[in-house]
Design a protein around this ligand. Structure first.
Ligand code: PXP
Length: 244
């Protein structure tokens, strides 16, 4: 079964645009659960541009779905994760000036540091996931340092599709397929996400080694037109259809 993790960051982006309490990302998480989400993802950025510390407190207090806390590999974030002990922690690279998470983590280039960083999280019972590109060396390094999960970055595949660069899109898809096989063969659970839409989710959902997709921005954008529940149900249907 392919799980759908709904990323609620951009409910908080809209809220923060006005400094009001609405729309409330925790309410969105509850609605996502009713609509068939299998998990909730929230990225607590160092600059708190969307999700806040209070959002994480409230999600941990009230959510019955598993929470996947996305965060950078910093001491501050590690302390927050160890305090809350969410179901999963997904380590992502973070740059202040980026609009969204631009690339994958360089696990191979920071192996010793990341191994030390994830050990206490793993000991605290969190499933540690590393957000990486499809390069074989990154996958090998993720397995070596004892991550439970890798999440493959689908952003380039989605961007090529939007830009109509179809042969590059297909090459990217092929590389993601190979990466999923490699990671699965090394005993890692394989997730994917970033930039996925109704149009791009099918070929990714069809990769048999994948266990979870994390999708946010498009679902929140589409909920302006369809409502969040319906956008999630439609995404689920497309994932299930692609899975056969
Ligand atoms: N997975 C990871 C690791 C991410 O950083 C993000 C973006 O926060 C997503 C999935 C979801 O991407 P999008 O919001 O483009 O669907």
């Amino acid at each position: 079964m392919l799980r759908l993790g709904v990323n609620i960051d951009h409910v908080a982006t809209i809220r923060n645009a006005r400094g009001t309490p609405w729309p409330d990302p925790v309410r969105a998480a509850r609605l996502a659960e009713k609509a068939g989400a299998d998990g909730i993802t929230a990225h607590l950025r160092e600059d708190r541009r969307h999700i806040s510390d209070t959002d994480i407190d409230r999600l941990m207090e009230t959510l019955s779905l598993p929470l996947n806390l996305e965060m950078a590999a910093t001491a501050e974030m590690q302390a927050i994760a160890l305090r809350h002990r969410p179901h999963a922690v997904c380590i992502v690279p973070e740059k202040r000036e980026e609009r969204t998470t631009e690339g994958g983590l360089d696990v191979a280039g920071n192996e010793a540091c990341l191994a030390d960083f994830i050990a206490p999280l793993r000991d605290a019972g969190c499933r540690v996931s590393l957000f990486i590109g499809h390069e074989p060396a990154q996958i090998e390094a993720a397995a070596r340092i004892g991550a439970a999960v890798v999440e493959l970055h689908t952003g380039a595949y989605c961007d090529y599709d939007t830009e109509g660069r179809l042969s590059e899109r297909d090459q990217e898809l092929e590389a993601l397929r190979k990466a999923a096989v490699q990671a699965h063969g090394l005993g890692l659970e394989v997730h994917a996400g970033h930039g996925l839409t109704f149009d791009t989710v099918g070929p990714i959902a069809a990769i048999p080694e994948l266990r979870e997709l994390n999708i946010g921005h498009f679902l929140i954008a589409e909920s302006v037109f369809l409502g969040l529940g319906q956008a999630i149900r439609e995404m689920r249907e497309r994932m299930d259809a692609a899975r056969g």
